[in-house]
Design a protein around this ligand. Structure first.
Ligand code: TYD
Ligand code: MG
Length: 459
């Protein structure tokens, strides 16, 4: 292949590659995201080195599946149950884990805390930062507590040097903070560009697989699209975790988006405090804190996040509109779903909601996109509309269909058990799951309903 530089265009949101500029990316349909980059044909041949590069070594031969033995497949324990859950039980050796999130959400803090836990077990860790100086990392570490002796720090952005250091030191775990600051001399475009980020990840992938080092990569997600988002690397890494949370709320959610070694859709809940991230073992209790007593429009729903039931307060405010077109607004719930449920209430129950504004809010800044919260939304809207207070100890879940029927949802038993655990006295749930309730203690009153009408009769 001829050596030399060529200019290509990359979509900064999905990584699509094109030889000419276009206003809209044909792959992800976002506008104005194609950016020009110069690539070295020798190295990247268009920035594609990374994908799959780590999987093969020069002399690889096919192996019999039965001939492959799994030695030390034990996972490294992070001693942080919330993190272990999301990782699928612990840190898998030789895996590449991407931790994405908005700048300032706490990615560096989380990973430094992981380092701290690992040093307690004397596991060698190398923390490579391209963003902070050694002193700054030390200052952060002091806030987090005592560290063992097996952690080394390195401030470096040149991947050549990083590769040499990892090969020489052979630590068990490496943290790269952040991928957007790293550069390889093989690629001529600036750090943070799509081809650099891909090349860098490709190099790290090869290192992780060949040396059996676990590498955590920090990736900032930016909305502007000027810096290549971690989305372009999702297919290259083994595990993708997103760290999310409301900047104004102190809790943070670590969400598994992809995991080759465990289930996705798991979440870990943390609270950002002065002394670092503290795990929240019982998020339902945490989320229900500060619930108003005796107010209409508020109900508790049992939602599932992965395999984990969460009790969350849902609030609705319904009032007469002062304009011709009623206003509907949601925070944390799906607006289309709320509109649909209000139409169901209008047609099947006969409530005159057409002249009302409605606001639906999921307390605590959580996002609920599960159909199982439908019944909760309906109850909250009716409670606010009729000004009826739903007792504090009532929890509800169930999917609502267009004919006003209440349909069954998955994992009903776990939801009921969580409500029971937190001392809820009554649970309103679909009739079709009544057969699954064996073994539930008698202390929680189960109200099985077939339709929205029946559910409203309980109020
Ligand atoms: P940081 O981990 O630097 O974010 P990221 O690496 O994702 O950009 O987190 C920065 C924020 O966390 C900052 O606003 C300060 C806050 N923080 C605490 O509240 N407590 C702490 O113990 C630490 C270390 C940070
Ligand atoms: Mg950081």
């Amino acid at each position: 292949m001829a050596k030399g530089k060529t200019t290509v265009f990359f979509c900064s949101s999905c990584g699509y590659e094109s030889s000419k500029w276009m206003g809209q990316c044909p792959s992800c349909r976002s506008w104005n995201t194609l950016v020009e980059e110069t690539v070295n044909k020798r190295s990247a041949s268009g920035g594609k080195t990374g994908s799959g590069a780590g999987a093969h070594s020069p002399g690889s031969l096919p192996m019999k599946l039965s001939g492959i033995t799994l030695e030390d497949e034990d996972k490294l324990d992070t001693h942080m149950p919330e993190l272990n859950r999301v990782l699928g039980g612990g840190i898998v050796r030789g895996s590449l884990v991407l931790v994405g999130g908005d700048p300032g959400i706490g990615k560096s803090t989380l990973l430094l805390q992981v380092c701290r836990q690992l040093t307690e077990d004397d596991i060698s860790v190398l923390y490579i930062s391209g963003e902070e100086s050694l002193k700054q990392i030390k200052m952060r570490a002091q806030r987090l507590g005592e560290f063992g002796d097996s952690l080394s720090l390195l401030c470096e952005t040149d991947l050549g040097i990083i590769e040499d250091t990892i090969t020489k030191q052979k630590p068990a775990v490496v943290v790269i903070d952040s991928i957007q600051t790293m550069f390889s001399e093989e690629v001529s475009s600036a750090p943070g560009s799509v081809s650099q980020v891909r090349e860098a990840t490709g190099i790290l992938l090869r290192l992780a697989k060949s040396l059996s080092v676990t590498i955590f990569i920090v990736g900032h997600v930016t909305k502007e699209g000027t810096v290549a988002g971690p989305r372009v690397l999702e297919h290259m890494v083994d595990t993708v975790l997103y760290f999310e949370g409301d900047r104004h709320a102190s809790y943070r959610i670590l969400r598994g988006v992809k995991n080759r070694f465990g289930s996705t859709n798991e979440i870990g809940v943390f609270e950002m405090r002065n002394e670092g991230l503290i795990e929240v073992g019982n998020p339902s209790e945490y989320m229900l804190n500060g619930r108003p007593g005796g107010a209409s429009g508020s109900v508790v729903v049992c939602a599932m996040e992965g395999t984990r039931p969460l009790l969350i307060e849902l609030q609705a405010l319904v009032c007469r509109t002062s304009f011709g077109i009623p206003r509907r607004q949601t925070t944390g719930a799906d607006l289309n779903r709320v509109n649909l449920l209000m139409a169901v209430l209008e047609k099947r129950v006969g409530l005159k909601l057409g002249e009302c504004d409605a606001y639906v809010n999921v307390a605590g800044g959580m996002k609920l996109n599960e159909p199982a919260v439908d019944l909760g939304i309906v109850l909250a809207i009716v409670s606010s509309f009729k000004n009826i207070v739903i007792p504090q100890d009532v929890a509800a879940f169930g999917e609502v269909g267009l004919s006003g029927e209440v349909r069954s949802v998955s994992m009903a038993k776990e939801r009921v058990r969580e409500a029971y655990k937190l001392g809820f006295g009554t649970c309103i749930l679909p009739k079709s799951v009544s057969g699954q309730m064996s073994g539930i203690d008698g202390n929680v009153k189960l109200v099985f309903v077939d339709s929205v009408k029946e559910a409203l009769d309980c109020l």
